[in-house]
Design a protein around this ligand. Structure first.
Ligand code: TXD
Length: 321
């Protein structure tokens, strides 16, 4: 049988939606791993029982045993605690680093050839740690943040301009935190610059900038906005959708250009850090990194975000990881 196999490490809110989306899109067989007994078995049973309705033939297995992930083509990691209201993503560092270390060891031992997508927060540090502990090649360890942050930004632009989000192209670079960098100058609607459309709408460049700044700020704070409303847990539908887009690009070798948390050596002058930039994702994982030309202001914002990632990684190392 040559169906693809996708392992999900963490069977919580995002893990459950991932299992359902993979089944509905028939991307491959699913193994849902969690340390909580019976829960992943219950979730996969529930998703599988919709197979007649949703017309899918993939198999779904819930497990508490890493051995079941053997032979996985893709591993998506959501294991870890989510934020509570008032917490920053970085507040999760110690707990989630302990979890990520165990996960990296489990994946290394049981699915050594997989391409891995990390979702757990604080994202940039968790991707760094997974790669360090597993020793997997950098092109096979990728973080999901940019696809979601960019979708959030695009959604706000579509609402503001009162047109279909399908035609909005907007990208967010940098770390997955408050310093992220929504690229306003490149944002467009089927090629028409968003700034130009805002200036026409308001007939005033200053007002257009004010509206754009508000959308940029809402994008930066979008995760927290959802956390505050949910009160327990953080966003889960949209992060799952984002990881599925990356998974599809890899499994089907689509080579889509997606903002992803990838390892940068010389690119962007990053010097050996994981941070969000546009990357071509295909059957080999990260196949190419695209360097966007940044003006002085964008470049300073990107460096600021990179510095935040550097200090997060330094904190993690100080904690002994
Ligand atoms: O865009 C992004 N990258 C993100 C990331 C957007 C939103 C949320 N993001 C982060 O994803 C969030 O801050 C969390 O760190 C993860 C997972 O979020 P989710 O909402 O799915 O959290 P849950 O529902 O608490 O699920 C986490 C599961 C839960 O079932 C635990 O039992 C399990 O992780 N868990 C473990 N699984 C395997 N191994 C270990 N050691 C383990 N510890 C806990």
């Amino acid at each position: 049988m040559n169906r693809k196999k996708i392992a999900l490490i963490g069977g919580g809110q995002i893990g459950g939606v991932l299992a359902q989306l993979i089944a509905q899109k028939a991307l491959g067989d699913v193994v849902l791993f969690d340390i909580v007994e019976d829960m992943p078995q219950g979730k996969t049973l529930d998703v599988a029982e919709a197979s007649r309705i949703d017309q899918f033939d993939v198999s779904l297995k819930g497990t508490n045993d890493y051995k079941d992930i053997a032979g996985s083509d893709i591993v998506i990691v959501t294991a870890g605690l989510p934020r509570k209201p008032g917490m920053s993503r970085d507040d999760l560092l110690t707990t989630n680093a302990q979890i990520m270390k165990q996960v990296a060891e489990g994946v290394k031992e049981n699915a050594p050839n997989a391409i891995v997508i990390i979702i757990s927060n604080p994202l940039d540090a968790m991707v760094t740690l997974f790669q360090k502990v597993s020793g997997f090649p950098h092109n096979k360890v990728i973080g999901q943040a940019g696809v979601l942050d960019s979708s959030r930004f695009s959604t706000f632009i579509a609402w503001e301009l009162d047109l279909s989000v399908k035609d909005v192209n907007a990208m967010v670079l940098g770390g997955h935190g408050d310093t992220m960098v929504p690229l306003t100058r490149y944002a467009n609607v089927n090629g028409v610059p968003v700034m130009e459309m805002l200036e026409k709408k308001y007939g005033d460049a200053a007002k257009a900038k004010e509206v754009m700044d508000a959308m940029v700020n809402r994008t930066k704070m979008a995760g927290g906005e959802v956390v505050k409303l949910l009160k327990t847990g953080s966003a889960f539908y949209s992060p799952a959708a984002a990881a599925i887009q990356m998974t599809e690009s890899i499994l089907k070798d689509e080579k889509r250009l997606l903002p992803s948390c990838v390892y940068l050596d010389k690119e962007y002058g990053a010097g050996g850090y994981y941070v969000g930039v546009p990357a071509v994702l295909g059957e080999n994982g990260v196949e190419r990194i695209v360097e966007v030309t940044l003006d002085d202001e964008e470049s300073a914002a990107f460096q600021n975000s990179l510095n935040a990632v550097r200090s997060l990684v330094a904190d993690m190392e100080r904690l002994g990881f």
